[in-house]
Structures are given as C-alpha cells and as structure tokens.
Write a protein that binds this ligand. Structure first.
Ligand code: NAD
Ligand code: ZN
Length: 388
C-alpha cells in the first residue's frame, strides 16, 4: 500500500452528531546492509520518486558523503540539490529549519519532490519534521549515518525539533517513504559516537537476549567491526519496531524503551547537556537502574554483573560521579513533577525481562549510586569501542 493510504468513514449518531473515523496506513521498506547506499537511486525509482530530490545533510556528513550521493542520483537522471545545515543539536531548532523550508520553497520544491535525510539523528529528526509540514506532507527517505540514527532515530516515524530549551517539543509522527541503512557509513563515525549508539543498543539488549549476547561478544580487535554493527543494528531496530507494535504512537508513558532514560536524562540535565553525550548518560542510567533492581531483590547478582560488564565492554563509563548525585536527584524530581508526580522507572529483572516500578526514594537512589561507584572500581578497564 502506498504511503499515507487511508480511509474515512462517516456515521450520523442518533443525536445528530456526525462521527468521522479516519485511518491512515503507511507501508515502507527498511533496508539494512553494508553498501546499500549505492542502491538509493534504484530505491527512489521503485518508489516512483524520481522527479526531483533534495538531499539534506549536515556540515560534517556533507564533507564525507554529499558529493557521492548527488553524483549517484544525477547518474540515474534524478535531479538532486543539496541543503546543508550546521552539524550539532542546535540545528534541531525553528530558525535553522525555517531556513531549510525557505530553501526548499525558493528552489521550487513540488509535492512529488522527495527529501533525502542523510545524516545522524539531528538530520533525520529535523528532515522528518520539515517533510511533515511542507505542502501538508512531502515524502522523505531516511539514510541514517550515525549508529544512534541507524538503530533508533531513523525508525519509528518520530520527528521533532527542540524549542525554548525543551527537546523535541515540536513535531509529530510522520513516517518516511523508506529507510536505507548502510552500516559501511559508520567507518568514519568518531568512536565516541559509536559508544553512544552502543549504549542504546545495550538498552534494547537488556530486553532482547539475542542482541545482548551480540553486544557481549562485540569484537575488541579492529576498529568498527561493520559486520557485528550490522547485526546489532538489525536486532535493535527490529526489536524496537516489535515493541511499538501495540503502541506505534507511543501514547503510553510507561514504556520499556524508557529503560535507563529517567536517570540518564536527569544526569544530562544536571550537567547542562554539555558533559555527556546522550548515550553516555543513558549508560549511567542503565547501570543505576540495574543496581537499584539488585538492591530491591528484583534481579540476581549475576544479571547485575552481566549488565555492568557489557556496558564497560562497549566502552562506556557506568559510575555516577559522587559530585553529581545531588544535582541528578534534583533533576529526577523535575521529571517526576512533569509526569504528574509519578516516576515510572523501568528496572531489569533478568536479560529479557524488565518491570516498571512507580516510585524511587531519595535514599534508595543515593544507595544505588554509592554501590555502583564501588562496583565500577572492580570492573575490568573500560574498552574503547571502535578504537581498540
Ligand atoms: N526520533 C527518534 O526516535 C530518536 C531516537 C533517538 C535519538 N533521536 C535524536 O537523535 C539525535 C542524536 O542523534 P546522533 O547521536 O546521531 O547525533 P548527530 O546527528 O548530532 O550526529 C553526531 C555527530 O556525528 C556526525 N556524523 C554522523 N554520521 C557520521 C558519519 N558517518 N561519519 C562521521 N561523522 C558522522 C554528525 O555530523 C554529528 O557531528 C538527538 O537529537 C535525539 O533526540 C531521535
Ligand atoms: Zn535514548
């Protein structure tokens, strides 16, 4: 079925009220494989999106991949123009995206034009947003180039930009016409960005044992083991979609995919979003949730040790520095207030099982942070994924 296929049913109730029932169905391929970027022109051809393309990317990715992408589309007779935004989260803003929209309009974008999002999570989130608002919805293709974007951001149809200091405040659900994941593109991704992506993969792995096993075995030898990263991306993306089956619009606030995220977000906020990359903070959040679960007797020592070891194996720090405990707790309180006084924390029970608990006490949080600091000292030295 084509993208945005839908039906509308109209019913007149006995009291004269007209009831409208609208359904929308989006069907699209998610293609994952090394070298797949070369198949972008063919994919656009199959989707009937060859009239004109706008390749939107950021300054870092432009240097690496833009010319190749434009040449490839041009060679297939697809007229393609570039739009480049500055690299970094600051581009997920209304002023930058307004300039993208104005560039599209001044260069004659049409309803049959396709936007190609070539970049990390910042590019795919913001291109999805722009695609959803221009001419009531343009088709767009996600070509994610960072690990976070390949295994998470490019999948699920969530679009968004930041506003007034609030992350992803503007945006909605608007699915791409296709997702093309080429793990070969990760070869140039800095190791710190790889580690951030691996933290999100560990989160999914705690829910999905086959993925967890792959992460534990991730080769510590050559930089960027593309075959292993391909398998990890495929597992994580597939399992994310599996979890979204019953809640594709993420209406439930109690979601397993939030594992590690309340604590992780609180740490990011407590450090002004400048010290930790998102994935690095999530790694600490996952470790805190694990130790807390152990303290509650929900998970055994072996599960706790496996999760902490896997995070460390992926090159991630797990300890919450003592100097940050109080500020992180203060931010947890902010999150609790935003959620009407209930925290809903997800805690691991075993690899493959988590539970949602309603509340976390201050003393419990501090005890977990202290215990984690002691445990972290006993873990093997941190590997540096992608640089080993
Ligand atoms: N929509 C969702 O479901 C979802 C899920 C997770 C994250 N996100 C969003 O994604 C964003 C984070 O994504 P990110 O971590 O990819 O950040 P990012 O897009 O800023 O990319 C990180 C850095 O890596 C560079 N880069 C990307 N690909 C590269 C490559 N192949 N080689 C070299 N450098 C490359 C980028 O230019 C950037 O400098 C956040 O805004 C977050 O909110 C969204
Ligand atoms: Zn995350």
């Amino acid at each position: 079925m084509p993208l945005g296929h839908g039906t509308l049913d109209l019913r007149e109730d006995p009291d004269g009220t007209l009831s409208v029932a609208v359904t929308r169905q989006d069907t699209y391929p998610v293609i994952i494989g090394p070298g797949e970027l070369d198949n972008l022109p063919g994919l656009l051809g199959r989707l009937g999106l060859t009239e004109s393309a706008f390749v939107i990317t950021d300054t870092d990715v432009a240097d690496l991949l833009l010319q190749r992408t434009l040449d490839m589309l041009g060679a297939d007779g697809i007229r393609a123009e570039p739009i480049i935004i500055p690299a970094g989260e600051a581009s997920k803003s209304w002023p930058v995206q307004q300039s993208v929209i104005e560039a599209l309009l001044s260069r004659g974008v049409k309803r049959r034009s396709v936007l190609v999002a070539l970049g990390g999570g910042v590019v795919v989130d913001s291109v999805g947003f722009v695609a959803s608002v221009v001419m009531r919805g343009l088709p767009y293709i996600n070509v994610p180039t960072s690990l976070v974007a390949q295994l998470d951001a490019a999948i699920g149809g969530k679009t968004g930009i930041d506003h007034n200091g609030a992350k992803n405040l503007l945006g909605g659900f608007y699915h791409p016409a296709a997702v093309l994941v080429d793990p070969e593109l990760l070869r140039t991704l800095p190791p710190r960005e790889i580690r951030g992506g691996l933290a999100e993969a560990v989160k999914v792995g705690i829910l999905h044992p086959p993925l967890f096993g792959k992460l534990e075995k991730l080769d510590q030898g050559p930089p960027h083991d593309i075959d292993a990263l391909t398998a990890i991306t495929r597992d994580a993306a597939t399992y994310k979609m599996h979890l979204l089956k019953d809640d594709p619009f993420e209406r439930s606030l109690v979601r397993l995919l939030n594992l590690g995220h309340s604590f992780g977000h609180a740490l990011e906020a407590a450090t002004g979003f400048e010290v930790y990359r998102h994935g690095e903070a999530i790694a600490v959040g996952l470790a805190l949730a694990t130790v807390m679960s152990r303290h509650r007797g929900l998970c055994d020592a072996a599960t706790q040790d496996r999760i902490l070891a896997c995070l460390t194996h992926c090159g991630l720090h797990v300890a919450l520095p003592a100097s940050r405990t109080a500020a992180t707790w203060a931010e947890i309180d902010v999150i609790r207030r935003v959620r009407n006084g209930v925290l809903h924390e997800v805690l691991p029970v075993s690899i493959g099982e988590c539970v949602v608990v309603d509340e976390v006490a201050h003393e419990e949080f501090t005890a977990a942070a202290d215990a984690l600091a002691a445990l972290a000292r006993t873990l093997p030295p941190r590997a540096t994924a992608g640089q080993r």
